[in-house]
Structures are given as structure tokens and as C-alpha cells.
Design a protein around this ligand. Structure first.
Ligand SMILES: [Zn+2]
Length: 293
């Protein structure tokens, strides 16, 4: 059974890898060791796609579902850390793109957890599509029903954990950066799983990916610059050198927690904004060409 599952996963990965949108994403399904980040926060994703577990005595919150093929790994990672999959009460999603929402339907089935999602992403999650590219099957995800619709600034609470849902739109219409105050060595720190602000497959010149997308990106940059972030995390672990930090923590468990990196978020946002404006300028000036997606 295990072998059959592995073979199926391999076949599915091969299909994923064959699609041009994910030609370079060959670590999305790669197994990686789960690990403790800080306080009650754990990493249970794959090498290339994050999934975060917030553990409380009242049950756990799982943020992001990666791709469908990664679900067995996420579930195995949760068990490996000594937690019960059935204790997962709430599922969250940074944004409705198949590489972060693709596994949610299966995870919801396996855990019985409720899915909370920002209103701007509900149609894409429930329809299983990439908003504005509904017919592009390589970017579709298994549809998943949303149980609780969130609005900007809402808080998702479980036990003593409170995750604030910050709407940071553009990358998707409901792109959500979840923030929480965590403790380390008796001190509070602000943790943020920043959704994303890359252009990715989005059309930012007409026909726009969705109405208002340019204003949304810019609003996100303005908002992100006001955020104090001590522990920057993201749906793509490489955004903030996640695995290097893991290795650092492992090599010297007594050293200060490497995930506390308050100097990283500001420059990250400045670069994301510059990249966005540069891409927008290039595409505005470039002669119209058919959209890739
Ligand atoms: Zn995305």
C-alpha cells in the first residue's frame, strides 16, 4: 500500500513537473524533516512548500495545504513531531493558489477540521481555480468548502493562540498574512506568515487578473511597511531562508533562535515592491502580447 501510494505520488508529481508553470518547482514534493520554529509553532511542510502547525491544548491550527501530492508528507510530519492529525481543528490558507491550497480538500477530509478563509479567496477555493485564469487546468486545485469567511483584521482563536488575519491582497484577491504574538525566553515576539507579493502568473496589465489588482498590490506594500515583524515566515520557505535557519538551530540549540530575525522583513518588502513596479513598468511599455496564462 505504502509503495502503491508512493508510486501514485510519484506519477502525480511527474504530471505536476511536466507543466510549464512548475518546471522549476522540483522540491515542492520533497520530503523534509519537520521542526520546531518557536513557542507553539512548528514546520510540517515539504522542502519547497510550507505548512505551519500551531499547537494548543484545545487542538491545532494548520496553515496551508501545499499541493495534493504533499498531503501524506504533511500528515506524516505532524505525527513525527508527536501530534495527532485528528487534533487539527482549524485549517487556514495563505492564498488560493494550487501550491498552497491544493492539499486542503484532502486535509479537511482527513482531519474533519473547519476551513477559515479570507472572503476574496473564497470563490477560488470553492471553485478550485486560479481567479482570472479559470480555464487553466494546470493551475487548478481540488475544490474545498470554506466553513468560516474571514474579513481583514479578524482573529482566529484556539486555546491561547490568536492569529490575526491581515488582508495583503494582490498576489491573490484574498491573500492573507497571519500574525501572532509568540513567546521565547520570556519575551514576546511578533510572528508573521507573509502571504506573498510576487507577480507570479498574474496579469498586471489588461486584461487584468482581477479588477483592482494593481491598487491591491500597492496597498499591501503600504500596509506591510507599517508591520513590525520579528519572525518572518512565508508559504515558500525560501523567502526567508527557512531551511538554513533550521540547520542553524539544529547545529547550536543553545544559540539565540535564528527564526527571530527582525531585520529581514523591511528589506524583503522593499525588494518585493521594487520588483513589482519594475515588472509593471516593463509590461506597460512592452508591446501587447498574448498572456501566458
Ligand atoms: Zn501564490
Amino acid at each position: 500500500m505504502r509503495q502503491l501510494k508512493a508510486a501514485l505520488a510519484f506519477t502525480a508529481m511527474a504530471v505536476v513537473l511536466a507543466s510549464p508553470a512548475s518546471a522549476q518547482r522540483n522540491n515542492w514534493g520533497t520530503l523534509t524533516e519537520p521542526f520546531h520554529i518557536i513557542d507553539n509553532v512548528y514546520y510540517v511542510g515539504t522542502e519547497g512548500l510550507a505548512a505551519y502547525l500551531f499547537v494548543t491544548p484545545e487542538g491545532n491550527i494548520l496553515l496551508d495545504g501545499a499541493i495534493p501530492e504533499a498531503v501524506p508528507q504533511i500528515e506524516a510530519n505532524i505525527a513525527k513531531l508527536g501530534f495527532k492529525l485528528s487534533d487539527t481543528r482549524i485549517l487556514l490558507n495563505s492564498h488560493a493558489h494550487f501550491d498552497h491550497s491544493g492539499g486542503l480538500a484532502q486535509l479537511k477530509k482527513d482531519t474533519g477540521a473547519k476551513l477559515y478563509a479570507m472572503e476574496g479567496d473564497v470563490s477560488a477555493l470553492e471553485g478550485g481555480f486560479y481567479l482570472g485564469s479559470e480555464s487553466v487546468k494546470t493551475m487548478s486545485a481540488p475544490p474545498v468548502r470554506v466553513d468560516n469567511v474571514l474579513r481583514d483584521g479578524d482573529t482566529v482563536k484556539l486555546g491561547a493562540t490568536a492569529l490575526k488575519a491581515n488582508l495583503t491582497p494582490g498576489h491573490t484577491r484574498g491573500c492573507t498574512s497571519y500574525g501572532a504574538t509568540v513567546q521565547d525566553g520570556g519575551k514576546p515576539y511578533e510572528l508573521l506568515v507573509f502571504c506573498s507579493a510576487t507577480v507570479a502568473a498574474n496579469r498586471i496589465t489588461p486584461p487584468l487578473q482581477y479588477e483592482g489588482i494593481i491598487g491591491d498590490y500597492r496597498e499591501t506594500f503600504v500596509k506591510a511597511k507599517t508591520m513590525k515583524v520579528d519572525i518572518p515566515l512565508a508559504p515558500h520557505p525560501d523567502f526567508f531562508g527557512m531551511l538554513a535557519k533550521r540547520d542553524k538551530a539544529k547545529a547550536d540549540p543553545k544559540a539565540p533562535n535564528p527564526f527571530i530575525a527582525p531585520a529581514e522583513f523591511g528589506p524583503f518588502i522593499a525588494k518585493a515592491e521594487a520588483d513589482f513596479e519594475k515588472t509593471l513598468k516593463e509590461r506597460t511599455e512592452a508591446p501587447a502580447k498574448p498572456a501566458a496564462n
